[in-house]
Design a protein around this ligand. Sequence first.
Ligand code: IPM
Ligand code: MG
Length: 373
Amino acid sequence: MSRHSLVILPGDGIGPEVMAEVRKVIGWVEKNAGLSFQIEEDLVGGAAIDKHGVPLAPETLAKCKKSDAVLLGAVGGPKWDNVAYNIRPESGLLALRKELDLFANLRPAIVFDALIDASTLKADVIRGLDILIVRELTGGVYFGTPRGIEDLGNGERRGVNTQVYTSSEIRRVGRVAFDLARQRQARLCSMEKANVMESGKLWREEITALHKTDYSDVALTHMYADNGAMQLLRNPRQFDVIVTDNLFGDILSDEAAMLTGSLGMLPSASLGAADPKTGKRLALYEPVHGSAPDIAGQGKANPLAAILSFSMALRYSFSRSDLADKIDKAVQTVLKEGIRTGDIMAPGATPVSTSQMGDHLIRQIEKTRAEAA
Ligand code: IPM
Ligand code: MG
């Protein structure tokens, strides 16, 4: 029986509701699959501001640093709109990414057949879509300095942020993307604005050099990020893996998410560097969706993105792709059976609450097990 430490940070809004469903899946895995978890639950975001006055308490951060994986729900909400900028809920999430050095953010966008009509795009354009965006997560304009708002003294103010990348920052995320492409269709598209930004020019040069020395078996293309945004809508299936910087990745991954019809379906993994001795990486798993304060506490949220994020944890942190496959497959079957939360509701489908969705999923996982036995 292998035992792993897990920190669960439900966060704000719908975070606690969806994480409660993840707990059911964890419970099933513990009971049936020979894994056991030492779980610590803690606060992040607005919930942490209310208790500690900061969105990420030092003790919470320390726990996360020691863990095998962190599972996060969502952060933020109107309640904290007026807190000081440097302690807003989002800054807790950003600090967690930065402090754990989780530089590679994996955001898969997969179109499930059963949800094909949920997309605003024509079914023919998106059927079978399966792309992976690898977003650099700890550099670029999100963290570059100088930054701030300065008073110019003449009635004018100036807001400054800095887009900055070093070659090693580009290369390490590039490696993750190339490695993942190798496990898929071996096609990687790198996106930047090399036509306007020096950081983009460097990005393109470094990715090109890495390709030449270490990854010439992968088919590499480059695209300006604006063209990439357009191509994602025009013909998304031309892509396999996309690698891009922090800000472009933020934007392009929201766009890719909506190709699939619902943000409520998309998981993500944020990974640090592999330990040279053990091969282990610090890791954070979270749904791409936000805290959805408008539906929080009503049992309306879709827990599948959070559950699929746990499935990514099984794949990338706990070497249990077999279990991840099982969960992913159960999600597809439940959708095929027409079990739906509001965000993916379709005519004739069965509307269910957040916790009913979790129960249906567990039942389905049980069933595939019984069939396999
Ligand atoms: C995301 C979110 C975050 C980001 C926010 C909540 C800080 O939009 O994870 O995509 O901008 O990275
Ligand atoms: Mg975003």
